[in-house]
Every structure is written in structure tokens, then in C-alpha cells.
Design a protein around this ligand. Structure first.
Ligand code: PEP
Ligand code: MN
Length: 295
């Protein structure tokens, strides 16, 4: 039986000629393209740690968390000014004001900022502030948005769709690359699978990390916060991701003196826990996969 629309990893050189190793022999079978965000090097000689609040809620909360992130030794600040929420009645983020707050937090700490853009019409506005644009899981296959961020001349953090195959994920990255922007960092953030929601939010697909590294030269990081949805799981999941060769982590952090965060409070860790994760990450000189290949 022939089935329409089915693809396999063997089709990757055709689906993403700009990003597959096969179409780009200069990267060989193990070299990673280094994506630089204001001096922070994804795919460089040590893993990168991005951390910050789920959402930018207020100036005070964001600057307090940003300072904790800086103190912990992380490399970059995250924080959503525009939040994709399941209910339209829930807090949607603080929008343009949130972008201003992020730029103040960057000034205060010197940390480069990554933030999500959901609407192709907002790419210019968000790119005016952000050092790196995040395309979230729900928008991984929003092709007009991918083309628009591809034209924005900013590095892109492309999260994996929660039900996306490797081919679909890399195909989405190719839309960005097709606009001439190869500064893409992939981010595994958990997938919907049989036990999702029973004891964790999603299922962290660690196995995809070496698979990504085999098929493309783009760096890949892991978001253990959305993948687990459970604060106590974030530290062990971070270590596991690094053991699997992840080029970095993106972690949600809260300052609980401001009360429970307005979104994703149950997965937020404190600055002290972040500090331990950063230490663990910084002790790793190069991702495991590269060591294995070099051996
Ligand atoms: C986020 O990182 O803020 C986020 C909403 O994550 P995801 O798109 O992976 O759900
Ligand atoms: Mn979140």
C-alpha cells in the first residue's frame, strides 16, 4: 500500500538539503555549526545554559530573576513577553511592555535575551529587542512565521513541536534556512507520548539528541522544564540531557518571594538549583557525541 505524505530519515537530504550533513560535507559527520548570540556560542566548546522566568510578569520580578540567573552563572536570559496559553482567558504575557522589561533586564545583567515570537506581524518588533528569537512548540509548523523569522537576521531557537517527528522538525528548520539564515539552534522540549500527563508533563526524548547530531550540523539543546513539568525533575533531566550530548539547556526559574508565577509555577526551580546545574554544565568541556567520535 502506498501512503501519501510519509517520509523517513532517509529522505532528509531531499527535505533539508541546506541543513543535512549529507548535503553539506564540509561539516563531516561530527562537526557542529557554532551559532553565536552576542558572544554566547551554541555548539562551541562547552554547553550553554539559558534560564529565566516562564513569563515576563513585571519589571521587579523579571529583574530579580535575571539577577539570580546571572549569579548562578548562566549564559543567557529567557522570558516570554508573548505567551501561548491553552485558554484565551489565561494570562497572555505582558506584550510590548514585557519586551521593554527584557531590554532593561539585559542592561542590568549583560545577559543576552531570547524571547518567543508567535505572530509573523510581530517579528520586526520582537527582533528589535531580542538577541535571539524563539519559535515555540505550538508554532513549529507555522510556515509563514518560520519564513518571517528566517528573514529577521537574528539567531533562532526552534523548539520541537510536541508531536513532531525528527523529519518534521528538521523540515521546519529548513524553512528558516531557506531565507538565508543558518543561525538556528534546535531545542528538544518533550513530546506527547503514552504516559504524558500521568507523572510528567511530556516525555523528554533524550534519544533524539544523538539522532539530530547525526543528521544535521545544527546545535541542539534541551528544555527540561517543559519536558517534565515538575521542578524536582529539572536537575536530573538537565544532567541526563548533557550526558546525551546536548549543546545546552533552557530552564525556567522563579523568585518565589514574588509569589507563585502566573504560568508554569510547578516546573520552576530556584536560583540555587540553577547554580548547581550550571556548575555541572560548565564542567563538561565538549558534548559527549563529539568525544565519542574523536575517540
Ligand atoms: C516556552 O519556552 O516559553 C514555551 C512556551 O515552551 P514550548 O513552546 O516548548 O511549550
Ligand atoms: Mn513555561
Amino acid at each position: 500500500m502506498r501512503i501519501a505524505g510519509q517520509v523517513s530519515v532517509d529522505d532528509l537530504p531531499r527535505i533539508c538539503p541546506l541543513l543535512s550533513r549529507q548535503g553539506n560535507p564540509r561539516y563531516g559527520d561530527r562537526e557542529t555549526r557554532v551559532v553565536e548570540v552576542r558572544g554566547v556560542r551554541f555548539g562551541g566548546d562547552r554547553p550553554v545554559v539559558i534560564a529565566g522566568p516562564c513569563a515576563v510578569e513585571s519589571h521587579e520580578q523579571t529583574v530579580a530573576v535575571a539577577r539570580a540567573v546571572k549569579r548562578a552563572g548562566a549564559d543567557m536570559l529567557r522570558g516570554g513577553a508573548y505567551k501561548p496559553r491553552t485558554s484565551p482567558h489565561d494570562f497572555q504575557g505582558s506584550g510590548l511592555e514585557g519586551l521593554c522589561i527584557l531590554s532593561i533586564a539585559r542592561q542590568e545583567t549583560g545577559l543576552p535575551v531570547v524571547t518567543e515570537v508567535m505572530d509573523p506581524r510581530m517579528v520586526g518588533e520582537v527582533a528589535g529587542v531580542a538577541d535571539m528569537l524563539q519559535v515555540g512548540s505550538r508554532n513549529m509548523q507555522n510556515y509563514p512565521l518560520l519564513a518571517e523569522v528566517g528573514r529577521a537576521r537574528k539567531p533562532i531557537l526552534l523548539k520541537r513541536g510536541m508531536a513532531a517527528s525528527l523529519c518534521e522538525w528538521l523540515g521546519a528548520a529548513e524553512y528558516i534556512a531557506k531565507q538565508g539564515n543558518l543561525d538556528i539552534v534546535l531545542c528538544e522540549r518533550g513530546i506527547k507520548a503514552f504516559p504524558s500527563g500521568e507523572y510528567s508533563r511530556y516525555v523528554l526524548d533524550l534519544n533524539v539528541i544523538p539522532a539530530v547530531q547525526e543528521k544535521t550540523f545544527l546545535p541542539v539543546i534541551v528544555d527540561p522544564s517543559h519536558a517534565t513539568g515538575v521542578a524536582a525533575m529539572v536537575e536530573p533531566a538537565s544532567r541526563a540531557a548533557l550526558e546525551f550530548g546536548s549543546h545546552g539547556l533552557m530552564i525556567e526559574v522563579a523568585d518565589f518571594s514574588f509569589g507563585e508565577p502566573r504560568c508554569d509555577g510547578a516546573q520552576a526551580i530556584d536560583g540555587e538549583t540553577l547554580g548547581r546545574i550550571v556548575k555541572f554544565a560548565q564542567a563538561r568541556v565538549a558534548p559527549l557525541m563529539e568525544n565519542q567520535h574523536a575517540a
